[in-house]
Design a protein around this ligand. Structure first.
Ligand code: GLN
Length: 289
């Protein structure tokens, strides 16, 4: 029987940007062991059944399928989430949106929070876990995504989050929130990245938003004021080159304290604004920082 080390050495993933890590995750899953097991016991022999499961997973990965879909699992924030091809795979980039949301409202307030396009539930569940006093609602147009997020909620035992089907604000009647967050689709339809790598396997509706990628962001900014409490915040993830456009849209819609936050790579990837109440609110200008 081949050893762990031999199987990893011979795993051939020529098109993957991360062949070693991919192989490790797939072999650990085939063995039903944590990653640390592979590194601790490289000389252990792998039973034939596990080796076959590993070979089948490698074949899928060679066809380009994302590791997260093969495993049906993806880590995000502190959470281990079930993922499925009905939704976007949660990305580390989106942790900036979570961090920003945690910063804008005091932890202790009993705030109502909305996550638009909740997908796996990653953002809503991270916020609910970090802020037990908040009540977080995640909505998604895709019923299968709502069911997936609900499974994640139940498995993680999160009581202050819930999920329902809604096409953006359509199903929300006149509900209002102190904070609305969203990682909407924002890729321009002609972006060449859509034909490369993992995104080919993700739902186009979760990625693409019109010619400039801003169709859904425009709709959300347009309609958010009807669903925000006075002084409520709107936070949006967007592409690295869309911050100026998103801040301009927020300002044009009358949001104040409009600004962007940069990720670890220095790119502005989240923009936010506050609904102007009747009271004067200090303007912080539109500079990214
Ligand atoms: N950041 C993702 C990507 O570039 C897109 C996520 C999104 O459209 N919301 O692959």
């Amino acid at each position: 029987m081949p050893t762990i080390a031999a199987l990893l050495k011979n795993a051939d993933l020529p098109d993957s940007p991360s062949p070693r890590v991919d192989s490790e995750w797939l072999l650990a899953a085939a063995l039903d062991k944590p990653l640390s097991y592979l590194r601790t016991w490289p000389e252990r022999e792998v039973p034939a059944e596990a080796a076959e499961r590993f070979a089948a997973s490698l074949a899928r990965r060679r066809q380009g399928e994302p590791v997260a879909y093969i495993l049906g699992r993806q880590g995000f924030w502190s959470l281990d989430l079930e993922v499925a091809p009905d939704t976007l795979i949660p990305r580390p980039d989106t942790e900036l949106l979570v961090e920003t949301a945690l910063d804008v409202l005091p932890a202790s307030v009993t705030a109502r929070v909305l996550d638009l396009g909740s997908g796996t539930g990653a953002i809503a569940l991270a916020l609910a876990i970090e802020r037990p006093a908040w009540r977080v609602l995640g909505v998604d147009r895709i019923e299968a995504a709502v069911a997936l997020a609900e499974r994640n909620r139940q498995r993680l035992g999160v009581r202050n989050a819930s999920f329902m089907a809604s096409d953006w604000f359509v199903g929300l009647a006149d509900a209002r929130f102190a904070l609305i967050v969203s990682n909407p689709p924002y890729i321009p339809s002609s972006d060449p990245h859509l034909t490369q790598g993992d995104v080919r396997f993700e739902p186009r509706s979760a990625l693409v938003a019109g010619d400039d990628g801003l169709d859904d962001i425009r709709l959300i900014i347009d309609q958010a004021p009807q669903h925000l409490e006075a002084d409520g915040w709107l936070l949006l993830e967007h592409g690295y080159d869309q911050a100026d456009a998103v801040r301009a849209l927020l300002i044009a819609q009358g949001f104040v304290q409009v600004r962007s936050r940069t990720d670890l790579g220095g790119n502005p990837r989240v923009s936010l604004g506050r609904l102007a109440s009747n009271l004067p609110v200090p303007e912080e200008g539109g500079d990214a920082h």
